[in-house]
Design a binder for this molecule. Sequence first.
Ligand SMILES: [Zn+2]
Length: 110
Amino acid sequence: MAVYIQVLCPDCNSDDVVLYGKNNNGKQRLLCRNNECSRKTFQLDYTYNAYKPGVKQQIVDMAMNGSGTRDTGRVLNVSKDTVTAVLKKQKNFPNKSTKAISNNLILVKK
Ligand SMILES: [Zn+2]
């Protein structure tokens, strides 16, 4: 079974993450493009903040309906920090959320 997940940087929660080849043992590496982040590259294994495509839009929808970040995170099963990161990004780039979702989708075979 193959699923698509969206990967966030484990350090800064940025979703400005791109595929960055594979390391010696075949694990997918990713590159964080946030200039203020000190991590730069990380392995897919380390991405505990991954969530399914569409969740970002749900976060935004729930926020618009007045849900708090804690409630939103609980309902969607993502961390409060992830909700905050998504909403912060949304405010800065209101028209780019859909594009951002497709930037860093990772195909994972299960
Ligand atoms: Zn980062």
